[in-house]
Design a protein around this ligand. Structure first.
Ligand code: FAD
Ligand code: NAP
Ligand code: SF4
Length: 671
């Protein structure tokens, strides 16, 4: 077996976990949907079937104040129990184990009834919390205990008490948010009383044979957070209070240090779990940016942790663990940490899914049934849309011929993966390459298809996934050699000067600016990355943050858009701020409300705030969106061929890989 440490059972005394992999808590948005628990049950069942050792559910509030939002899910009454039984039964049917996460959001709640240790508003909720009275605190403890008891009644194998990420319990622990002067604030003993009373009383209520995981904030990454000594002391007290397993929490949601986006190096925070593990005798789980069995095995074999938690990797591939067990880790659909289908959806109050796996969260809806009469299908374009369609359609039994003009599959993902901090995008191409092979898809590379050759191919249907062409701008002077397209820079590596104007501040404009300002990817050098973001591995101050290490700007860049909105407002909710911060620190001038007039001998003439400015630049790089490649589809239709169009070829506006892959999958499920 390639991963002996992953598959070593973990004996907890009263129960044994079959391996060292925990599926971390993820709110799916199904918790609040009509009939959502049936869909949730199918979602968890697929992961249990996929072999994961222990699952933790998305956070469920122990009372109304603790809900994420007014309609957020809560487990407080007996009549809530039955719907949870759907989940526990489904997981147990597959031989899996599952814990319910009890999450009280405290001041992070997105409603006006929120509470905290002190009445201090958080920067990420518009609602100022009420400080809990002493009576309110005792009632909150009872609500946690009651929630755990009901979870036990619902058949869960245990609970995870959420004590990190800046939620209520963490708000009591840290001096930043706890300014109380009574028995629940001030000294370490008082600030940790809530956490310890919850654990003690929960253990008393549920008895010894029930898993209690405590998610402990090992690095708050905010000022006035805990000290290292306090984290260690609390870890030991939690062990004594009855915790079965300690899980790692990294960074409050309001922290200005990225903790899970794709540019965070793999296993960037395991070093802190390792230090805490040395101080306690209960098993300790490590988390954050672990997305392959190889990384998990490395952590476990070097003794840094007893278990490894992965959350998003189980959205990307429900069968992650079984594939690793069967030595097929190269068949795993790897989470690329983009957040586009999962966290960004949750923040927009949409159901969570996955960019690389559109079935996640749609297990009962997006189905690929074996066909009775297989068809011979041509797919033109092996970008995300074409690759996804080809795989899902082949899975159903169709004969698929996939064509691409290039010598490799992947389409624009081949360019995306070259951007510093986006190295993970390579994994998606690797996955599809192996999957296409496994499914027997006929791959025809280096073939630019035209309508005649396709019609002559005698296909039942032709699926056009030819993607896009970058938009060119009819601005005076833009026929100059100084004007480059983003493909000239990123794909053809044309030289770029020291002073640059980028036209268009969408995802690609940001990526080009990043590529031009970051000669070496921060992501590939953990030590540098930690210093760049100011993570204090010496833990010399509360919260483990220190002054960020500055990089010297290598170029003068203007990143511009016509809209008056904040530059980068259209980027992902959970990742856009990281890109904006990086570019700001590289001295990139972000300009909104710009009118482009002409490129002349003097430079790029623009109007901004009613004033004309000339930017003295060596190059102008156009990143002004794209247009669909529709010629082939139009020609085929004219010849009477049966054609379907997906991805960028169908419409280019607001196209991203999430839409391209989903469109490919949806078409394959019906064809
Ligand atoms: P494409 O990826 O464009 O693929 C089309 C394929 O068709 C190409 O391989 C092409 O060679 C082939 N083709 C065209 N015509 C023919 C023909 N006649 N015969 C044979 N083959 C043909 N999206 C995200 O969601 N998140 C990101 O972070 C992200 N980052 C990006 C960064 C960069 C730098 C770039 C350039 C793009 C990024 N994207 C990102 C966008 C994403 O890659 C695209 O939305 C996605 O690739 C579109 O998929 P598609 O299959 O429709 O088209
Ligand atoms: P985009 O996000 O739509 O941005 C296009 C930019 O060009 C905008 O800034 C737009 O702003 C500008 N523009 C549009 N038409 C113009 C015109 N006629 N003249 C001048 N400027 C014009 O597209 P993209 O940057 O090309 O990215 C393509 C897709 O890939 C996007 O959907 C994106 O989501 C995805 N992608 C995502 C990421 C990510 O990190 N999530 C990264 C890269 C790419 P104004 O109209 O205001 O000028
Ligand atoms: Fe991972 Fe992106 Fe899928 Fe989320 S959407 S699970 S981050 S690949």
């Amino acid at each position: 077996m390639s991963f002996p440490h992953i598959f070593e059972p973990l004996d907890l005394g009263f129960t044994t976990l079959k391996n060292r992999v925990l599926m971390g808590s993820m709110h799916m948005g199904l918790e609040e949907e009509k009939n959502g628990f049936d869909k949730l049950a199918a979602f968890y069942q697929a992961r249990a079937k996929g072999g994961v050792g222990l699952i933790v559910t998305g956070g469920i509030a122990p009372n109304f104040a603790g809900r994420v939002e007014p309609k957020g899910s809560q487990l407080s009454f007996f009549w809530h129990v039955n719907k949870h039984k759907k989940i526990t039964n489904a997981v147990h049917q597959e031989g899996g184990k599952i814990c319910l996460q009890i999450l009280h959001t405290g001041r992070y709640a997105y409603h006006p009834f929120n509470v905290s240790a002190s009445a201090i508003k958080s920067p990420i909720s518009p609602f100022k919390p009420k400080a809990l009275s002493e009576r309110g605190i005792k009632k909150t403890i009872n609500d946690f205990v009651n929630c755990a008891y009901l979870a036990q009644k619902a058949g869960y194998d245990g609970v995870e008490i959420m004590g990190s990420e800046g939620y209520l319990i963490n708000q009591f622990i840290a001096p930043k948010t706890n300014k109380r002067t009574d028995d629940w604030g001030g000294s370490f003993e008082n600030r940790t009383r809530l956490a310890l009373d919850i654990v003690r009383q929960t253990r008393e209520k549920v008895g010894p044979d029930f898993i209690i995981i405590f998610r402990l904030s090992m690095l708050d990454l905010v000022d006035e957070g805990s000290t290292f000594d306090e984290v260690v002391k609390l870890a030991k007290l939690l062990e004594t209070a009855g915790v079965t397993i300690l899980n790692t929490g990294i960074g409050w949601h309001e922290a200005r240090i990225p903790t899970i986006v794709t540019s965070v190096p793999r296993k960037a925070f395991t070093w802190i779990t390792e230090r805490i593990k040395q101080q306690v005798s209960i098993p300790v789980i490590t988390t954050n940016r672990i997305n392959t069995p190889e990384v998990a095995e490395q952590i476990l074999s070097s003794g840094q942790a007893d278990m490894v938690s992965m959350a998003r990797p189980f959205l990307a591939d429900a069968d992650f663990v079984n594939k690793a067990k069967e030595n097929n880790s190269d068949q795993i659909n790897t989470c690329i940490a983009c957040n586009q289908g999962c966290l960004d959806h949750v923040f927009q109050r949409q159901r969570a899914t996955c960019l690389v796996n559109p079935v996640a969260g749609y297990e009962t809806e997006l189905l690929f049934k074996t066909v009775v009469e297989p068809k011979k299908l041509a797919v033109v374009g092996a970008g995300p849309a074409g690759m996804a369609f080809a795989c899902y359609a082949a899975e159903r039994g169709h004969e698929i011929h996939l064509f691409d003009a290039e010598q490799s599959i992947g389409g624009q993902f081949n360019i995306a993966k070259t951007i510093p901090g986006k190295e993970e995008f390579y994994e998606t191409i690797r996955y599809f390459e192996n999957r296409l092979k496994q499914l027997g898809v006929h791959l025809h590379l280096g073939q630019t298809k035209d309508a005649e050759s396709l019609v002559a191919g005698d296909f039942d249907k032709i699926v056009i996934a030819t993607g896009i062409t970058p938009r060119k701008l009819p601005i005076p002077g833009f026929d100059s050699d100084k004007v480059l397209g983003y493909l000239d820079v990123l794909k053809h590596h044309k030289p770029v000067g020291k002073n640059v104007a980028i036209i268009g501040a969408g995802g690609i404009g940001f990526d080009v600016a990043c590529a031009l300002t970051q000669p070496k990817s921060h992501t590939l050098d953990l030590e540098h990355w930690l210093a760049y973001w100011g993570v204090d591995t010496d833990y010399s101050e509360r919260g483990a943050i220190k002054k960020q290490k500055e990089d010297q700007p290598t170029r003068k860049i203007y990143l511009m858009q016509r809209k008056n909105t904040k530059v980068g407002a259209g980027l992902g909710k959970t990742s856009g701020w990281v890109h904006r911060m990086e570019l700001k620190r590289s001295g990139v001038d972000m300009m909104a409300g710009v009118e482009y007039k002409a490129l002349t001998e003097e430079g790029l003439e623009i109007i901004i705030d009613g004033e004309t400015r000339i930017l003295d630049v060596d190059n102008v790089i156009v990143c002004a969106g794209q247009l669909s490649n529709t010629t082939l589809a139009d020609e085929l239709k004219a010849l009477g061929a049966d054609v379907e169009i997906i991805g960028g070829a169908s419409y280019a506006s607001e196209l991203d890989a999430k839409r391209a892959i989903r469109q490919g999958a949806e078409l394959a499920s019906t064809i």
